[in-house]
Design a protein around this ligand. Structure first.
Ligand code: IMP
Length: 429
């Protein structure tokens, strides 16, 4: 019986929320391992819609949920997300939610810096969520972060605060912003500590115990492989490793604990924020995909850029992340098109490439090579078996499988959790 890691195989927003919710019901523990409240997972359960940014998706159904050490945690956001869920009737307690005491904290100064940098970057804007994710990870790697476990020892934080403020005050001076008010920061931390600490513990211990007892662990990734700090479209990426390998380092379990890697990919492509996007359709097709697919960001409300499925990128994501099977989502958004196209390679000058080059200017210059096939007029919305899919839609899915060199394990045909075609059960592997 495998554990399962769910990761995005494109630029995020692939519809992970629904798939994770579906798997979470059968998992014993759901654990997040990277990112922070930049993620946006929408869960539709019955007639209720839950929007999560930081909490693992298992929380909605009462599955024990863990925030692993690889996550950067904004404690004030944590409080407001928990309170909002409570308002929707979901109980969140230290029994159902455990937070790694080694998580790096996102402080108000991180969000501020994120915004200041974006505003000062002109055409070099990354288009971040402005939630302080990048600056918090920088402080973690710079060894000046304040972590969850420090909330229990705020009076001992002197040297760490010296390092933090020395670094940030220099940056802030450059932006013409007042230095950090240490006393005010400590007061804020003192106030929130009582809320966070009951959830905090060395979660690697309970995860090891869960594993030893044969419990099923679901690792819930955020963002997508193309936003990975190493493997993504650098510098237009997030600040964490989003590949499946992080499921181990970001939780305190070894790589052999990960098991089945389920990559989520939309039947087309979207991206929010700046950066290269070879198959982008800045035209009627893109508008149609955006409208039918309701392509607006969960976190920032920004309109997502839309384009054709890019098999080169998804094949690359599958390779660098060790994806075992793909969950193909939102196939119904393509219903009614006369023709559908898939990118199968790139032209760069007089070269033809079967991979995405690493350099930002090459990434911007490549021209996609398309394969175009007839679309389908019938509806795929709500299909729960292959027999309910039009022949052309099946042909499209099979061609994608061939091109990405990875089997499709699930097909999702609507936001409803039951509207799913199961080809291979990740937990049964
Ligand atoms: P950051 O993670 O806020 O630093 O933003 C860096 C880039 O990642 C920007 O292009 C964001 O739009 C993108 N991004 C971050 N989180 C998500 C997500 O959950 N879905 C899609 N894009 C995201």
């Amino acid at each position: 019986m495998a554990n399962v890691a769910v990761i995005g195989a494109q630029w995020g927003d692939e519809g992970k929320g629904k798939i994770v919710d579906w798997l979470a019901e059968r998992a014993d523990v759901v654990v997040r391992f990277q990112g922070g409240h930049n993620a946006g997972h929408t869960l539709v359960v019955g007639d209720k819609v839950y929007k999560l940014s930081l909490l693992p998706s298992g929380i909605v159904r009462g599955t024990p949920s863990v925030i692993g050490n690889g996550v950067v945690l904004d404690p004030w956001h944590l409080k407001s997300e928990i309170e909002k869920l409570r308002g929707q009737g979901v109980d969140v307690t230290p029994d159902t939610l455990k937070i790694a005491d080694t998580c790096t904290l996102i402080l108000p100064l991180h969000g501020e810096l994120d915004g200041l940098r974006e505003d000062a970057s002109g055409t070099g804007k990354i288009g971040t969520t402005r939630r302080g994710i990048g600056p918090a990870y920088e402080d973690k790697v710079g060894r000046r972060a304040i972590r969850v476990c420090d909330l229990a020892h705020l009076d001992d934080l002197g040297p760490q605060l010296d390092r933090l403020t020395a670094h940030h005050d220099a940056l802030r001076a450059g932006f013409g912003v007042a230095p950090i008010d240490r006393a005010a920061l400590l007061d804020q931390l003192r106030e929130i500590a009582g809320f966070v600490l009951p959830y905090a513990q060395p979660v690697w211990r309970m995860l090891h115990e869960a594993r030893a007892r044969g419990r099923r662990i679901l690792f819930e990734g955020a963002q997508g492989v193309l936003l990975d700090i190493d493997h993504g479209t650098y510098p237009f990426v997030t600040s964490s490793n989003t590949v499946a390998g992080t499921a181990a380092a970001g939780t305190g379990l070894g790589p052999n604990a990960v098991g089945f890697v389920l990559g989520i990919a939309k039947a087309y492509t979207t991206r929010v924020g700046s950066g290269p996007f070879p198959t982008e359709q800045d035209n009627e097709i893109g508008e149609r995909l955006g409208t039918r697919g309701h392509e607006f960001g969960t976190v920032t409300g920004r309109k997502r850029r839309c384009g054709w499925f890019d098999s080169v990128l998804v094949r690359q994501s599958a390779a660098v992340s060790g994806i075992t099977g793909i969950a193909l989502t939102k196939i119904d958004v393509l219903d009614g098109l006369d023709e559908v196209s898939i990118c199968t390679g790139y032209r760069l000058g007089d070269q033809v490439l079967d991979y995405y080059p690493s350099n930002a200017s090459d990434q911007k210059s490549v021209e996609p090579i398309y394969e175009t096939m007839a679309g389908w007029q019938e509806s795929t919305a709500g299909a729960r078996s292959w027999a309910e899919l039009p022949a052309q839609a099946i042909k499209y899915i099979r061609r994608i499988e061939e091109l990405i060199q990875c089997p499709v394990a699930l097909v999702s045909t609507s936001p409803e959790r039951e509207d799913t075609i199961l080809v291979r059960d990740p937990f049964a592997d």
